[in-house]
Design a protein around this ligand. Structure first.
Ligand SMILES: Nc1ncnc2c1ncn2[C@@H]1O[C@H](COP(=O)(O)OP(=O)(O)O)[C@@H](O)[C@H]1O
Ligand SMILES: [Mg+2]
Length: 292
């Protein structure tokens, strides 16, 4: 598929970006308070939409409890990040290729040990990632749900946080709980919101307004919650999950596919993190040095 709109312009400017010694990389945690709100489907299909627009995309499955990005994408990974951390495999051996040239780092129960790695392991991993760093434009991390150590870990390491919620009261209160922990305990003040599974824009915006109101009221007006839009409820999603293919591939004309393509464009149009160092090594260094 040819890049369209602003993504086209984005790609057209890429020679300038690649000539920069540290190409701008965006590392985005896709996260939620409550499980089952559509994170993994968002990661897989948003990643694919960005890849179809010409960007090099790495997906990290960091949902330890319910690692299923590989299943959604119909992959059978042989190794996981755990094998890299145990120095058994190189990153290149562990990464699997998905549809549209997506690269996927499969999940593993080894991730909670990240903060306990010894210096040698850290150096090995940093070196592995460094070798790989030039080849990626955007990293999307499926963090899993909740406020567990692992979820916070990846949210803090990433440069941007994209919260996914639907209109169930539990989804909204749990999204707030996650934002609150990240804001009050880890000083993260900027979030993006994606509302999933609603049938009209009014209801979706109501979710955004509720979350914005409660966040500003209890966490202060300097909290930034940017509304990225909504993804409609669409039977194409469960149908594609059953077939273990992204809905964007299986049903490219479905409402949900058009909306995820628009969300991808909007995400790419909005500025990323204010942090200057967009290097993947920086992201991994933060991740490895992070303690909860
Ligand atoms: N927009 C949508 N329309 C219809 N069903 C959806 C939609 N988004 C997600 N689902 C369904 O919800 C379920 C959970 O989605 P998933 O992406 O696995 O959530 P999470 O990763 O947040 O746990 C899946 O069975 C999926 O088919
Ligand atoms: Mg999931």
């Amino acid at each position: 598929m040819k890049p369209t709109g602003l993504l086209q312009e984005m790609e057209d400017t890429s020679p300038k970006m690649t000539s920069h010694p540290m190409p701008q990389l965006r590392v985005i945690a896709v996260t939620s308070g409550k499980g089952g709100v559509g994170k993994s489907n968002v990661v897989a299909n948003l990643g694919l939409a960005l890849a179809q627009a010409g960007l090099k995309v790495l997906l990290i499955d960091a949902d330890l409890g319910l690692a299923n990005l590989d299943i959604i994408l119909g992959l059978n990974p042989q190794y996981t990040i755990h094998d890299v951390l145990q120095l058994r495999r190189t990153l290149a051996e562990v990464l699997v290729e998905g549809p549209g040239g997506l690269k996927i780092l499969p999940a593993s129960s080894g991730i909670p040990e990240l903060s306990e790695l010894d210096e040698y392991q850290k150096l090995f991993l940093l070196n592995e990632l460094d070798n790989y760093s030039e080849t990626v434009d955007v990293v999307l991390i499926d963090t899993g749900a909740g406020i567990s150590r692992n979820v916070l870990f990846f949210n803090i390491a990433a440069q941007e946080r994209l919260v996914v919620a639907n209109n169930e009261p539990t989804s909204i209160t749990d999204a707030y709980a996650l934002i609150k922990v990240l804001a009050t305990q880890h000083n993260e003040r900027r979030f993006k919101l994606l509302v999933n599974g609603l049938s009209n824009p009014r209801d979706a915006e109501a979710v955004y307004r509720t979350l914005l109101k409660v966040s500003e009221r209890f966490l202060g007006r300097d909290i930034s919650l940017e509304y990225l839009g909504y993804i409609p409820h669409d039977d194409a999603v469960p149908k594609a999950v059953l077939k273990q293919q992204p809905f964007l591939t299986l049903f490219p004309k479905a409402r949900v596919s058009r909306s995820i393509t628009q969300i991808a464009q909007r995400l790419w149009e909005t500025p990323g993190s204010e942090e200057v160092d967009g290097n993947i090594k920086f992201f991994w260094r933060r991740l490895l040095q992070f303690r909860i």
